[in-house]
Design a protein around this ligand. Structure first.
Ligand SMILES: Nc1ncnc2c1ncn2[C@@H]1O[C@H](COP(=O)(O)OP(=O)(O)O)[C@@H](O)[C@H]1O
Length: 181
């Protein structure tokens, strides 16, 4: 029995991962559970403490992978996180890397009241396409898709594109929805 797909939505913080993942979970033709990995880390204490300087948790990667493994094996999830090379190559069927121009990204991050150095670091990472390079280095070229996320039109078009991918995937794998839950 084929499992439902595992879709990774990644990108620099503020590029729109959670917004895309939430809409995709709502509109997907097969059930997909949206896992906001950052929230999981907090809620399930999968970390080694909080760094107040950077306002972020130091992730316990082994614990996180142990928690996610059964879900990834079962399929039918969207993994929403600002990094992706941690996930084993066998997990994702599709890796979406969201991109945003740095001026807009700066504004989005400023609205989050991030410390200046965190805004600067993320902005530089986006300019240097760190997450895209990481995705390309970690997964087969044909499953990595780079998408712009700069306006509501992009959001709608991107989610539609992922849904089209799911439809094709479903046909190719003769996937029956009833086996998804
Ligand atoms: N394509 C887009 N068009 C317009 N606003 C967007 C878009 N993507 C994200 N945003 C806005 O940017 C902010 C950050 O989005 P979010 O989904 O939380 O990013 P991430 O999960 O990557 O950190 C939110 O206020 C969201 O509404």
């Amino acid at each position: 029995m084929p499992k439902a797909p595992v879709i990774v939505i990644t990108g620099t913080p503020g590029t729109g991962k959670s917004t895309h993942a939430a809409l995709l979970a709502e509109e997907s033709p097969i059930p997909l559970q949206h896992i906001n990995v950052g929230d999981w880390v907090k809620e399930r204490q999968l970390h080694e403490g909080y760094d107040p300087d950077w306002q972020s948790y130091t992730v316990d990667e082994d614990k996180l992978l142990d928690e996610l493994e059964p879900l990834a094996s079962a399929g039918g999830i969207i993994l929403d996180w600002h990094t992706c090379d941690l996930f084993p190559e066998r997990w994702p069927d599709l890796v979406v890397v969201l991109r945003c121009n740095h001026t807009q990204l700066w504004d989005r991050l400023e609205k989050r009241a991030y410390p200046l150095k965190k805004i600067q670091e993320n902005n530089e990472a986006e300019i240097m396409q760190v997450v895209l390079d990481e995705a390309r280095a970690s997964y087969p070229e044909e499953i990595v898709v780079e998408l712009q996320s700069e306006g509501m039109d992009d959001l709608q078009a991107n989610v539609k594109r992922i849904i089209d991918w799911i439809e094709t995937w479903r046909k190719e794998h003769s996937f029956d929805d009833k086996s998804a839950s």
